[in-house]
Design a protein around this ligand. Sequence first.
Ligand code: PHE
Length: 462
Amino acid sequence: MSSNDNKQFSSRLGLVVATVGSAVGLGNIWRFPAEAQANGGAAFLLLYVACVFLLGVPVMLAEFSLGRAGRSDAFGVFHKLSPRGKWWLIGELGILASYTIGCFYMVVTGWTFEYLFNSVTGDLYDGMVQVAAGGDFTNADIFFAEKMHQYISTPWPPIIFTWLVILINIAVLTGGVQKGIERLSNILMPLLFVVLIVLCCLTLTLPGASAGLEWFLKPDFSKINAMTVINAMGQTFFSLSLGMGTLITYASYYPANTRLTFTSVIVAMMSLVVAVLMGFVIFPAVATYGLTDHSLVGATLVFQTLPEVFACLPGTRLWSILFFALLFMAALTSTVSIMEVTIAFLSDRFKLSRAKACVLTLTPLLLLSSICSLSFSSLSDVKLFGMTIFDFLDNFATNILLPVGSIAICVYLGWFAPKGLLHKELTNNGTVRSLLTGVILFIIRYIAPVMISAILIAPLLK
Ligand code: PHE
């Protein structure tokens, strides 16, 4: 096998599965239900679907086209396609964004691993029997809040699990595109769908299923306002891995005959399906057990509320293991895609071997992610712009770097890239038809930059 073989996905299925692996992650399983809950349920879902297809797919196609046309890392693509300008700065920005996201994403992936581990050992539910006796859920609330505190807000355990995740990343990514990324996704993604469907079958038979589903699926349009639209857009970019060069990097490994439009629609649909199925898991469960609303914010939704739900079910540990395995698998395939941006950059630019690039990229995270993790314990008083280190990095990357990156990618492809690049890529050099190139180009040129700017401007108006 020539070394080039390992710089390309081996099959159409393999590349789709790997790209879905990047897209489907904590964003769909952890962030989406919390966002849907905070933004009015079905109304948010509707906006999200619209954003995914009207904005997400065109921006994804912009990244795919640049990646495959430039066949290089996020920096190299711009450098190759427009050697004269400073467009490579977009690639540098993407590398910064991916590294920043990597710092905190590793930590949350570490939590999922810790919860999986403690579901297997039973520690997560240790001592629960007495607390939950008589169905006293007020106490169960406190019980799982304390567990979460113990797992996340003490210095060492979350750091150790984060380190394990980083080591797994090194092991997988050293294997390269086919034997590392593609193989991992080929194993974990089908498993993830099976587990998700099994969990759905469980929650849809709960007595509160219809009430939960009604809340999730029956839109109340009065809940839609400018902020819900902006939140839906932010969720779209994060959950489709847009704006930081991940998809540019992955597309540079796509074979020349890959149908980009078809691939983007499949990836968007898969990501959407996982988010919706996750709603089917969470909202019926929450409606059935009447868990208090205040427990439904952000991180606590899956790390505190769901264990409470599992505690009420026969087979508590089994459900808990299945769920946290699901979360861990989804997160892991996303971490490798996030880190691949920097690894590709280092190995392309500095001609480093893959192993060296992996170690160089991932070892600093042992320290940086630990600092992030400590913002829930020893470093909780350290504030940047009034936020903990973790929240600052999350906000800085998600609300600033990703939108700026996406706008820049659209502006570049729409206005400054070599003429006809999008058309050439969408038609595979004129060999397949692409009826929608005009519409996609219109969105990339005009609509996407304006709409995405709103994500940047909105917080300033508050
Ligand atoms: N899309 C991933 C998720 O939903 C997160 C991610 C963002 C991955 C950006 C790569 C790049 O969790």
